[in-house]
Design a protein around this ligand. Sequence first.
Ligand code: GLC
Length: 421
Amino acid sequence: MRRKDATLALALTSLLAAMPALAVELSVVSGSVGKDITELRDALDRFEKQSGNTVRIVEMPASTTDQFGQYRLWLSAGNPDIDVYRTDVIWAPQLANHFVDLTEAAKDQIPKHFPSIIQSQTVGGKLVALPMYTDAPALYYRKDLLDKYGKQPPKTWEELKATAQEVLDKEHAAGNGQLVGFVFQGAPYEGLTCDGLEWVSSYGGGQIVDPKGNITINNPKAEAALAEARSWIGTVSPTGVLAYKEEEARGVWQTGNAIFMRNWPYAYALSNGSDSAVAGKFGVVPLPAAEGETSAACLGGWNLAVSKYSRHQKEAIDLVTFLADEPQQKQRAVNQARLPTMPELYGDPDIKAAQPIVPQWQSVLEAAVPRPSAPTQGQYNEVSKEFWTAVNETLAGRIEPAAALKQLEGRLRRLKRSAWD
Ligand code: GLC
């Protein structure tokens, strides 16, 4: 370079360095239940103020299964229009190749999260996503109705059925004809994998596929669990439950029409809202188990990942570290009872005062059962789909539990041969 050119280049470089960085527009894609999108928008407004960048939300359907299908398409096409994905805890192994490694950018924040949650988002040494909140379900029960008939919240599934049936019979006789006993997520999608895993595991029937990758689902305890769940349909649970996801279950419950509900903690905050018919009338306990077995809560939760195809990776990384950090986690816990991924926040007095379920749920969370997404590697969604289909068909009475499990085992064996053997 000639001297004059070099001087010019130098002048230009210092000029550029002195100029404020140009603001960018980022896109974050997120599914939603309850008030997720309102809450996210508030947090994004705070980020916009602090960073000068703007963020657009691309809103997705509530079902995690529908989100996964769409995201997988976008990511395999290298779509540059989405910078940040809100990701389910189970997706990390399947989508890892499409996301940037956050290890370096989040190195100060990582030690604040539960190590097991960071671990769940780490694939081959790469931190694929930063945890936003975690999830472990509860059995919601109508305290007023149980008190009225001198009942305790159930510890076993059979007790749940018996209590639900007795209260139902008496309430129906008294003219409360809309009331149902137990609502949960029975639709054929990922939510039913969670519920089904909880039944099977709380009967001592294992985790579908064990942590070493062995297919363990075809066993007598799993069969007993499915037979029990099948017996609820059309008795204490309405047949419609076969099409319920989280929000449908909450809808029935929150209008005061269910005695029991299985749902995640977000429903706790909403059930106590000013527009809820059950505000102040309910309690939460860990899910029941079979006699002599241990209650099982499926481990859920959501994270934030930066797309490899984003044109604004630096700004997108700033956004996910902001949303995953303590102040935003605290807001989500206070407003929505979203369980923080940082142990420190479980002692927070503001969270405890606003949403007592949060500190109460730390032990449930710590014992929560993961879905077999790590051992089945790239095939988790296919494995889960086989499981939720088998469970849904069993609940619908189209197949007997033993036959369903035998068939499921065969299908999982075929998947395993092609993928994680
Ligand atoms: C909740 C959980 C998520 C799970 C989903 C199933 O959103 O956090 O992990 O996959 O429910 O419906």
